[in-house]
Design a binder for this molecule. Sequence first.
Ligand SMILES: [Zn+2]
Length: 396
Amino acid sequence: MATALIEEKSGKVVIRNIGLLLSGDIDHPILEADTIVIQDGLITAVGKEKDCDTEGAKTIIDAKQTCVAPGLIDSHVHPVFGDWTPRQGQLGWIDSTMHGGVTTMISAGEVHLPGRPKDIVGLKALAITAQRAFDNFRPGGVKVIAGAPVIEKGMTEQDFKELAEAGVTLLGEVGLGSVKAGYEAKEMVAWARKHGIQSTIHTGGPSIPGSGLIDKDVVLEADADVIGHINGGHTSLPEAHVCELCEKSSRAIEIVHNGNERVAIAAAKAALELKCPHRVILGTDGPAGSGVQPLGMLRMVALLSSLANIPAELVFCFATGNTARIRNLNCGLIEVGRAADFVFMDRAQHTAGRTLLESVQLGDIPGVGMVMIDGIVRCGRSRNTPPATEVPVVVH
Ligand SMILES: [Zn+2]
């Protein structure tokens, strides 16, 4: 299991001979560029090779005309500690997911911790510990933004202030704890927002025995920043209620792998019809009862592109730039100053699609040929995806 040293610096890196550059920006998803220059983990130039300063690079990568996209951001995961999940008793799931093109994960609560504390001091301590632990430890180089407390009855504004001051930036899914009524959730979500903590609400039926239903009226009243798994995790609200949420709320529409696939497609289509594709973000909601899906994000991209008939280059933005903007992350977009977190892809061998984008629109997942995080190569040809037709080469 590769464990990245956070202090490691990439130096100057040049990626040349890019065949297709996906920006992550839903208003402009394809860039007219074939070269990216990186210095110490940040993008310093994007353009045609002749216009970029490529001299003196420590590392040169020949992309071999493959596609480079921002590393995928999984907006909804349930990590615990390290690269271990007790939910399915697996080790190495985060490193394995990096082989599926994911470079950043966002915790929706460390809910699977055996013996998870539910008293207020305990839940705060857990959140702060998880935030610190994943800040110090990146399995496979993946940035796991964790420390997402599950709010409980009795919390006061002071608790949210303390959490924020201690470095907590997220709430776990609202509704997984004892706060299930709209009016109570609304008050706590507002306290969190006031102190700079972003919130996600559980939407739909109970996930596992012991959790409960959060219906559309509670979601609307709570007004969390992210309508978490709008397509259910797993059990969805009725399709009409999901479309009503897309219409009546202006918050992020999060669609997940471990949800209802039919409603996933309906939610994505509703967002496009409402002319708010920038609100759509994707996650897996794993590890969960459905397991761990190292290719879950790529599967979501292929599902929505093929069955909701959305151009693949736009769906990649749901998994990258949209999430980065909504969650204020310095990744997910190919532009100067952003983190050099990339996934290199090509059409899978023997797909019916003639190009990468066409293959995704036909429902096939791409082959990952390389993953880079902070300008450092974390894997070459993925051990998990079908083999990419062409893979990039590290020249030196
Ligand atoms: Zn949930």
